[in-house]
Design a protein around this ligand. Structure first.
Ligand SMILES: C[S@@+](CC[C@H](N)C(=O)[O-])C[C@H]1O[C@@H](n2cnc3c(N)ncnc32)[C@H](O)[C@@H]1O
Length: 328
C-alpha cells in the first residue's frame, strides 16, 4: 500500500473559524431575541467536545452505539455501494471513531477530509488516523461548515474519483428542516452524479426514550449545555453566572424535535460587554434542536435535494437509520 501521507507532520487547514468578535456578535444577537437563543455550534470548545464524548458513552444516549452497530453490520454492503478508491469528506468529524470503521471497511479509500469547528479534537483525531491509516491521505480542516470552505483538490467537482460525503451522528438533526434542505443542496453541489452521501438520521420513537437520552442521569448533557454559558462567562466582560441557570431538555412532539434550554433560576439583569439582558425566573435560552425524522419524511427531503435513496439500514429496534444517498 502506498503511504499517501508523505508529510507526516500534521497540517491543519484553518478556514472560516468563528473568532471572538463573531462569537460576541452571535451571543448579543441571540439574547436580544424575544425568545432568547444561542447557536449550538458554540458548544464545541475543548471541554464541550470532551463532554460530548462522555455523553456518547452514557447508557441513555443510544445514538452513537446504535450507529456504530449499523455501520459494522452493513460494512460490506456500504463498501460495495461506494466502490473502490474514493475520496471522503466528513462534516463535524469530532473524535473520528466512526470513520475508522469506514477506512477499514471501504475498498482502498484514497483520502479523508475531516472538517470540524473544534480544533483540539480535530487535531488529536487526525493524528491518530495518520498513524493508523498511512495509506490514506488525511487533510483536516478546522472551520465552520455553515460557511463556504475552500476544499482540497480531491474534493472539487471535476475529480475523476468517486466522492463520498460522510455525515454521521444525526448532526443533520441540529438543523431546522429548511436549513437541512439547504445543507443537503450544498452537499449535492459538491458531488457528481453517482457520488454518495452516507448520513446518520435519528428516528421518531417513544418520548420517554428521547427524553432520557438528553437528560442522562450522570449529568453530562446538563454539563454540556451549561458549558456554553460558561464559555460566555469566561470570554467576555460580564456579570453572568452559569450557576444561575439549569439544563432543561424535552421532546416537542408538535415540532418533532428535542429542544435543549438553559433556564434562569431567578429574575436577573445580565450585562455582557455593556449590553443588558433581562431574565425572568423560569425564562429560557434555547440552545439546540434535534429533529427526529420518519423514513418517509427524510426520504422526501433527500428526493427534493437531488438524491436517490440507495439503501437505508436500521437497528432491530428501529431507533436510528443510516442512509446511503446517491447523487442523481
Ligand atoms: C453531534 S457531534 C457528532 C460528532 C461525530 N460526527 C459523531 O457522529 O459522533 C457534532 C460535531 O460537529 C462539530 N460541529 C458542530 N457545529 C459545527 C460547525 N458549525 N462547523 C463545523 N463543525 C461543527 C462538533 O465539534 C462535533 O464534533
Amino acid at each position: 500500500m502506498p503511504n499517501r501521507n508523505t508529510n507526516t507532520a500534521l497540517s491543519l487547514f484553518d478556514d472560516s473559524l468563528p473568532q471572538q468578535q463573531e462569537f460576541l456578535a452571535d451571543v448579543l444577537e441571540g439574547l436580544a431575541q424575544p425568545r432568547k437563543t444561542l447557536p449550538c455550534k458554540y458548544f464545541y470548545d475543548e471541554r464541550g467536545s470532551q463532554l460530548f464524548e462522555a455523553i456518547c458513552e452514557t447508557p441513555e444516549y443510544y445514538i452513537t452505539r446504535t450507529e456504530l452497530g449499523i455501520l459494522t453490520q452493513n460494512m460490506e454492503h456500504i463498501a460495495n455501494l461506494v466502490g473502490p478508491g474514493c475520496d471522503i469528506l466528513e462534516f463535524g468529524s469530532g473524535a473520528g471513531i466512526k470513520i475508522r470503521l469506514l477506512l477499514d471497511g471501504l475498498h482502498d479509500p484514497r483520502s479523508y477530509i475531516p472538517i470540524d469547528i473544534s480544533r483540539e479534537i480535530l487535531e488529536s483525531s487526525a493524528r491518530t488516523l495518520l498513524e493508523q491509516f498511512p495509506q490514506v491521505q488525511v487533510i483536516p480542516i478546522v472551520g465552520d461548515y455553515h460557511k463556504d470552505i475552500q476544499l482540497p483538490a480531491a474534493f472539487r467537482a471535476q475529480s475523476a474519483h468517486r466522492k463520498l460525503v460522510f455525515f454521521p451522528g444525526s448532526t443533520i438533526s441540529n438543523f431546522t428542516p429548511e436549513e437541512a434542505e439547504a445543507f443537503l443542496q450544498r452537499i449535492r453541489a459538491l458531488l457528481c452524479e453517482g457520488d454518495g452521501l452516507l448520513i446518520g438520521v435519528d428516528c421518531i420513537k417513544p418520548t420517554h426514550i428521547l427524553n432520557a437520552a438528553y437528560n442522562d442521569l450522570a449529568g453530562f448533557t446538563a454539563a454540556f449545555n451549561l458549558n456554553l454559558l460558561q464559555r460566555v462567562e469566561d470570554s467576555f466582560n460580564t456579570n453572568l453566572k452559569t450557576k444561575h441557570f439549569f439544563h432543561h431538555a424535552y421532546f416537542n412532539e408538535a415540532e418533532s424535535r428535542i429542544e435543549m434550554h438553559l433556564v434562569s433560576k431567578l429574575d436577573q439583569l445580565i450585562e455582557i460587554e455593556g449590553r443588558h439582558f433581562k431574565f425572568r425566573k423560569g425564562e429560557t435560552i434555547h440552545t439546540e434542536n434535534s429533529y427526529k425524522y420518519s423514513l418517509e419524511g427524510f426520504g422526501a427531503l433527500a428526493q427534493r435535494t437531488g438524491f436517490e435513496i440507495s439503501a437505508v439500514w436500521q437497528d432491530p429496534e428501529k431507533l436510528f437509520s443510516l442512509q446511503y444517498l446517491s447523487a442523481r
